[in-house]
Ligand binder design. Structure first.
Ligand code: GFB
Length: 319
């Protein structure tokens, strides 16, 4: 593990792949103060699943630095019901970007995975060394397999070609720009949208999926973007590194917290016909902490900030 500021972004041409997504847009905001030139390309011009389009664009633009938050993502139900998309899209996106980054002589690349790469029953908190030590959670094994392949691609290009390609594994993320569609979203935006609607409708209850007992860790996307820039500058190693807060909460507790912030006064009921997924996904963030980074946004403060943004967006949409 390399420590200390070894890679400067100043004056660099930096490609953010997936700049319109929640993490990509947070990275764009965070990189604005780094003195670099940011380059992006929309899906209408380059489909990241198409090898020749990605290679042609990369050879033409020749960025020096690449962040790879681009991915097909979604919550537990989307992962469980769209396995082909989660596996194919993510394998293609990462293979195309990583291979063409090597061909175009990119100096440094950071690939983004997810805490679901770890085995379903890995010891908690999840250490980086738990990777590939047991079976995966079935609802998201397609996404997990693709993301594990991404980690391995970075390692392979590092070993064979000496590329400075690294991987970061963030925990569950939330923030402005999230997906609030109830079928495909993650739990945080789903709870916010459901509670908000129920408050307006003066509904008696809101239904949450599963038993409410699984535990999850939530990191604000602006903290995540800050960690990714920090790692780009200071981290250079074959081993992937966890990014999180190191604290978790049950889904039932989260629902109660969101209910309070939104101001919904009805009941919370559970729908146990829906999957729980992994019982617990708490990250061991001691390697990142030792490097000198820690999250700044408290959970309550973060949810309140996102809820204000959500309300403003709803008002604008209704106007
Ligand atoms: O956020 P989530 O969809 O993803 O669900 P995972 C987390 C927990 O919240 C599960 C429960 O136990 C859900 O059953 N939950 C309760 C809900 N109510 C709801 C709801 O209305 N909507 C949703 N979506 N969940 C995903 C993976 O797993 O997390 C991905 O499938 C990825 O691969 C991502 O890793 C970060 O944490 O279970």
């Amino acid at each position: 593990m390399t420590e200390g500021p070894v890679y400067s972004l100043e004056g660099k041409k930096v490609y953010v792949a997936g700049h319109r997504g929640m993490v990509g847009s947070a990275l764009m905001r965070r990189l604005a103060s780094e003195g670099c030139e940011i380059v992006t390309v929309g899906r209408e011009a380059v489909d990241l699943r198409r090898q020749e389009q990605v290679e042609a664009w990369m050879m033409d633009e020749r960025p020096q630095t690449v962040f790879v938050p681009a991915a097909t993502v979604g919550g537990i139900l989307a992962n469980d019901t769209r396995p082909a998309e989660f596996l194919y899209d993510n394998l293609m996106i990462e293979a195309n970007i990583i291979h063409s980054a090597w061909s175009a002589g990119v100096e440094k690349l950071l690939f983004l995975g997810s805490s679901c790469i770890y085995p379903k029953f890995a010891p908690q908190p999840l250490q980086e060394s738990a990777l590939l030590t047991g079976p995966l959670e079935p609802t998201n094994e397609w996404y997990a397999i693709a993301k594990i392949a991404g980690v391995k691609l970075c390692q392979a290009y590092r070993r064979q070609y000496g590329c400075d390609f690294i991987s970061a594994m963030p925990t569950n993320l939330y923030g402005v720009g999230d997906n609030f569609d109830l079928q495909s979203s993650h739990v945080m935006p789903a709870l916010m949208a459901k509670m908000h609607r129920a408050k307006l409708d003066r509904a008696a209850s809101v239904t949450i999926w599963g038993t409410g007992t699984p535990r999850r860790e939530f990191l604000h996307v602006d903290d995540c973007a800050d960690a990714l820039v920090f790692l780009m500058k200071t981290y250079s190693s074959e081993e992937h590194i966890n990014v999180g807060v190191g604290e978790d909460i049950s889904i039932r507790e989260l629902a109660e917290l969101v209910r309070r912030i939104v101001g919904f006064e009805g009941e919370i009921v559970t729908d146990t016909s829906k999957p729980d997924g992994t019982p617990r996904k708490l990250m061991d963030v001691s390697r990142l902490t030792r490097l000198g980074w820690r999250a700044r946004t408290g959970l309550e403060e973060g949810i309140a900030q996102v809820y204000r943004w959500y309300c403003d967006r709803q008002l604008a949409a209704d106007a």
